[in-house]
Structures are given as C-alpha cells and as structure tokens.
Design a binder for this molecule. Structure first.
Ligand SMILES: *Cc1c(COP(=O)(O)O)cnc(C)c1O
Length: 405
C-alpha cells in the first residue's frame, strides 16, 4: 500500500497571498467605482529590455534551423552563460568563481527549495523572522522542522532570528547554534541589508561552528550603497561555508522567462565530501537544464547594452521605492528598507495588527499591500509595500496613503 509524505500534512495553509487576493477582489466587487492600486506583489511589471528580446529572437531562429538546432543543454548550463556569470557577477567584484562552481537553473525558488535535498535530515535550520516562506516550507516537507505551534506560528526545531527595529530588521547571530543558516540580503520582505563587515561576522561564525550558509542574493542588483556586499564571496572564508543563490527574475524581469543559478565552491566540504560534487550529481540526475533560448537571453543580461538597459530598469523601480519611502516618512510613517531593495517595510499606525492595517489601507486609500505577519510572527505590526508598480500608480498610492495619518 502506498503512503504519502506525511510531512506535507504538517504544512499550515499558506493563506497570505490568497487572502490578500480575495480581499482585494471583494473590495473591488463592492466598490466598482474605486481605482485600487496594488503595491503588494513581489513581481516585476516592466517589459523585457530590447537586448534581451533580441537575444531571445536570435536563439529561437537558431532552434528553427538544422545547423544551429540544440537539444539537451549541458548539465551545469551552457559555458557561454556560466562564463558571463563568472566574469560579470564575480570577477568584476574581485571574486574568483570557476565556471564549474556555477549551476544554471530555472530560478532561485526551485534552487532554494531543492538544495536541502543534499543535506542530512538531522540538520537544524535557522531563518530570519520574517522570512521568504520557501526556506521553511521546503524543510517542513523534508521533515526537518519538528512540530508546528499554531499559537506562536513557529516550528519546534527551527532557530528563529527575529528581524526587529532594534537590529535594523536584519537577523543577528543566534544564541542557539544551527547547522544551516538561511540569509537573504537585500532582504525580502524587510528590504534590509548588512554591510560587508557585518556579513563577515556571519561567515566567521559559520566557519567556526561548521555551519552552512545558504545565501539568497536575488536582489543584488538593487544595492545602491557601496559598503553592502554584492556576493557572500566578497567575505574571507565564504567559500568554505556558503552556497549562493542567484536569480534573473528581479534584475532582468525574468519572473516569467525563468532563469537562475547556484554557486557551490569546490572548497565547500562536509568532512571530505564536496557539496559541489553532490549538487552536480543531483542536477545531472533530476534536472535537464534551463532552455537554450533562455540561457542566451541570460547571456544578454551581461552584454554592454543589456547592462545599460537593465540599470535603467532597476533605477525605475528604485525611484518608486524612493517615492514610497520618502513620501510616507514625510507624512509621519515609520519606514525602512527601499534603499538597497525594492521593498519598503512600514510600521502600522495606532497599534493596528498587520491585517487590521491591510483592511484600513484598502478601505481608506484603496491601496493593497502585504501584511507583515504573513512572513513570520515578528512581522506582526508591519506591512510590506513593493516598488514594482508603475511610477504613476506609485505616486498616486502614496498621495492617498499620506492622508491616512
Ligand atoms: C523573487 C525571489 C527569488 C527569485 O525566485 P525565482 O524562482 O528565481 O523567480 C528568490 N528569493 C527571494 C527571496 C525572492 O524574493
């Protein structure tokens, strides 16, 4: 008789975005005359830039001709893309990453969920609170997290690192020693970052405790301050303790195109076992590669024109972030983030809970945000706004929200 993976039954329903969507629909149905503006979703809205569209067209044409048609991609991804990554994302920052340490994939969400497969079940994970939900849920599915306490919203076998006002909404070294530490800088949902010196402390800590850092740098392109590291490997010793996850979704608008990569340095070992070799085995067995067409589009991200066009796209979103942050701060809201990330983390007013504030903002300003409590218990009393809307809508939304206070 077959049995299911009962760990799945432990997962509490993820009602966050479905509830946000339902409330938005209900409000619109009841008030068809109102223009509701959505600053809730972590998805890009600007179209692909011309150099990427051109690369896609070119690759489609190649696939349509016998001489240039391609079948399965190499296991780790095409060398043209891995070389572009190694020089554009790493060498340019003074970091040596070999192309055999780069594994091309269809995105960072899958990689962040799959990577735990090569790690033992008796590892204890540590996560920021609030956090990108994939890290915890994928470990629940594997059976690593213990039991769920609905009252606190916490798992018994997870180390939570609260991200609160006093630590700038970024995690600090935990009291209890974990085996695996998930870090995401610039952070979704709080928009916080750490300096290179601060990140160095995490790397030193991980090396000392023989812990593994899984470093999600999906928002690297949004970094504007010079002392914020673009890759964990800018820190000394990171190659012996850290895996880095990258995505083309937020820097190049690939959320619907799908492309990402994971870096696993060859020095990263557990005893004498190389994690690079384990992930290569896993990748080769279970994954047949991101499409050739998409990998060519990824290559265009690193071209001179691609870079210039994407710089403008990121600047467009970051200008929205500025409009949100400065507008709300001026009005008297307590806001953070938005400087190195497309997210603004806003404190609710009058002691409202995250969901009370959600309803209040929807009702009074017709703006949809995301309740902070949906990302973890320490997100209670906070609200996430994204810079991924259009400029016009963002300005209008903030003008309306200014009147709430
Ligand atoms: C958007 C996002 C990603 C990217 O996921 P893809 O699967 O590459 O689209 C990864 N991590 C975080 C924290 C994100 O917000």
């Amino acid at each position: 008789m077959f049995k299911i993976n009962e760990n799945y039954l432990k997962l509490p329903g993820s009602y966050l975005f479905s509830t946000v969507g339902r409330k938005e629909r209900e409000y619109k149905a009841a008030h068809p005359d109102k223009k509701v503006i959505k600053l809730s979703i972590g998805d890009v809205t600007q179209p692909l830039v011309p150099s990427i569209v051109e690369a896609l067209h070119g690759a489609v044409d190649e696939m349509g001709k016998a001489e240039t048609f391609r079948g399965y991609a190499p296991d780790l991804g095409y060398e043209f893309l891995r070389s572009a990554i190694a020089s554009g994302d790493y060498k340019a920052r003074g970091v040596d990453i070999d192309i055999d340490e780069i594994f091309v994939s269809d995105g960072a969400k899958c990689d962040s969920g799959n990577i735990q497969e090569i790690l033992g079940l008796d590892n204890k994970i540590a996560v920021g609170d609030p956090v990108y939900p994939v890290y915890v849920d994928s470990n629940v599915m594997a059976g690593r997290t213990g039991t769920y306490d609905a009252a606190t919203g916490m798992w018994s076998n997870v180390v939570y690192m609260p991200c609160l006002e006093e630590n700038g909404f970024a995690p600090t070294l935990p009291k209890e020693t974990p085996d695996i530490i998930y870090l995401c800088f610039p952070n979704n949902p709080t928009g916080a970052t750490v300096t290179k010196d601060e990140l160095q402390k995490w790397v030193d800590y991980a090396n000392e405790k023989k812990a593994l850092i899984i470093y999600d740098a999906a928002y690297e392109a949004y970094i504007s301050e010079s002392n914020v590291p673009h890759t964990v490997y800018e820190c000394d010793g990171a190659k012996t303790c850290a895996i880095e996850l990258r995505s083309f979704s937020k820097n190049a608008g690939f959320t619907g195109v799908r492309l990402g990569f994971t870096v696993i340095p060859k020095e990263l070992k557990c005893g004498d076992v190389s994690l690079n070799a384990l992930w290569a085995r896993r990748h080769g067995t279970k994954y047949n590669g991101a499409p050739y067409i998409v990998q060519r589009a990824g290559e265009a991200v690193y071209s001179e024109t691609g870079r210039q066009e994407l710089k403008k796209q990121v600047a467009y979103y970051m200008n929205n972030a500025k409009v949100i942050k400065e507008g709300l701060a001026e009005a008297g809201f307590s806001v953070s983030g938005g400087v190195n990330a497309p997210y603004i983390w806003l404190k609710t007013v009058n002691g409202m809970s995250s969901w009370e504030f959600f309803d209040y903002v929807l009702e009074k300003a017709n703006v949809v945000g995301t309740p902070g409590s949906g990302f973890g218990p320490s997100g209670e009393g906070y609200f996430r706004l994204t810079a991924f809307g259009t400029y016009e809508n963002t300005v209008e939304a903030i003008e309306r929200m200014k009147k709430l206070i």
